[in-house]
Structures are given as structure tokens and as C-alpha cells.
Design a protein around this ligand. Structure first.
Ligand SMILES: C[S@@+](CC[C@H](N)C(=O)[O-])C[C@H]1O[C@@H](n2cnc3c(N)ncnc32)[C@H](O)[C@@H]1O
Length: 214
């Protein structure tokens, strides 16, 4: 996701930083204190412009959400939305996550969202994919035992890869569809209600959306 040449980016980031966490690694083990309550905490890695996570936060005020995004030029829009809508249950941080255990303590997350993650199509880059088995194993360590990961993608190759990694990492599939926005999918899966920018773009072009919860 690219957002080029935003004029006065640093100023705009500073003006919209009400819900920005400057040093997320220092929050490891203290996220409940950051939110000021013990509500469950859900994380999205690679939130882009934040449509998905801000609509979830708006609809579920008793759930805490964290949006992580590596590109500041992209996440600015998410920060603006959070500030405009005064989303007290949302925090945002800017970082490319490599090892989730650097940011969260064992059992700190109640759920994780990976939406339209970068596919890294070359085989030699497979370990960079967010659903690579070692990453899945690291995620599990910071998640509560009953917590689940939800993954959506338009990319068939990445979806097949992810299904293999889910199995290799020893997870069980809870829900799965190759067409989340089919009439049946919309009824069956809560996840169809909360779409991302990429999801809207691909769905409106007629592309099926793959979804798995595990
Ligand atoms: C293809 S875009 C999808 C954005 C959004 N989830 C959507 O569906 O509209 C993937 C985003 O994930 C971000 N990203 C990729 N790897 C990341 C990582 N390890 N940590 C944080 N953000 C990451 C990228 O910067 C990019 O904005």
C-alpha cells in the first residue's frame, strides 16, 4: 500500500497523535494499563489506512484494539480517523513487526487480524510472509489459549501457503471460506461485516476473498 508525497507528513502525524503509541515495545506486559481497563485486546498487523480496525473499534467499545503499521504515510489516515471519532479503545503504533514477542507478553492478546498481508511471491522470501509457520508460532505465544487468528486475502497462492502453515504449526481451522462476500458468506461469517480498503477494492472488482479463522 503506497501513499506518496504527503505534504508536511511529520506535522500531520504530530497533529493526529492522540492515540499513537510512540514506544510500543515499552508497553510489553502493560497494555491493560495503556487502555486503563482489562478488556480483551485484539491486534491488527498491517492496518493500512485503518478502515477495518477503526470500524471494529467503533462498533465494540468494550473491546480494545491495537493497529500496527510499518508505513507512517499510510497509517496517517488511521490516526486521523481514530482522533476524529475519539476512539478511546484504539491505539496505533508505527513499526514493521518482525517478532511479536517483542511487543506483547505471553497471553496478552485475545485475537489477531492479518488482512491482505504482503504476499512476498518469491519462494526465497517465504519466511517474510506474516503467515510463515515460525511467525504463527510466535503469535501463539502472546495469545490467550482460546484466542484465534483471522486472515483474509485476495491472493490464492498466499492463501494456499497459509493453509499449509496453519497445519504445520499445529493450529486447527475454526472457519474457512474461499468467498467471504458470497450471499452465504455474508450470513455465516461475522468477518464479512468489517472490510478493509483492499478488500473493498478487490471485491468490487469481482474478486473472491479468501478467509480463514484458526
Ligand atoms: C497490502 S497492504 C493491506 C493493508 C490493509 N490491511 C488492507 O487490507 O487494506 C499491507 C500493509 O501491511 C503493512 N505491513 C506489512 N508487513 C508489516 C509488518 N511486519 N508490520 C507492520 N505492518 C506491515 C504494509 O506496510 C502495508 O501497508
Amino acid at each position: 500500500m503506497r501513499q506518496r508525497n504527503i505534504k508536511n507528513l511529520e506535522e500531520k502525524l504530530a497533529a493526529n497523535s492522540a492515540f499513537l503509541i510512540e514506544n510500543p515495545r515499552a508497553c510489553r506486559g502493560h497494555w491493560a494499563e495503556v487502555f486503563g481497563n482489562n478488556n480483551p485486546i485484539f491486534l491488527e498487523i498491517g492496518c493500512g489506512k485503518g478502515k477495518f480496525i477503526t470500524s471494529r473499534a467503533e462498533a465494540n467499545p468494550d473491546v480494545n484494539y491495537i493497529a500496527a503499521e510499518g508505513q507512517s504515510s499510510v497509517v496517517l489516515r488511521a490516526m486521523e480517523k481514530a482522533q476524529e471519532s475519539k476512539l478511546a479503545n484504539l491505539r496505533i503504533f508505527i513499526d514493521f513487526i518482525h517478532d511479536l514477542r517483542d511487543y506483547f507478553e505471553e497471553g496478552e492478546l485475545a485475537g489477531l487480524y492479518l488482512n491482505f498481508s504482503d504476499p512476498w511471491p518469491k519462494a526465497r522470501h517465504a519466511k517474510r510472509r506474516l503467515t510463515y509457520r515460525k511467525n504463527l508460532e510466535n503469535y501463539r505465544q502472546v495469545m490467550k489459549p482460546e484466542a484465534a487468528i483471522e486472515f483474509k486475502t485476495d491472493n490464492e497462492g498466499l492463501f494456499e501457503f497459509t493453509l499449509e502453515e496453519i497445519s504445520e504449526a499445529g493450529f486447527s481451522i475454526i472457519e474457512m471460506t474461499r468467498d467471504l462476500h458470497s450471499p452465504e458468506g455474508k450470513v455465516l461469517y461475522e468477518s464479512a461485516q468489517y472490510t478493509t480498503e483492499y478488500e473493498d477494492k478487490f471485491s468490487s472488482a469481482g474478486k473472491n476473498i479468501n478467509y480463514v479463522k484458526f
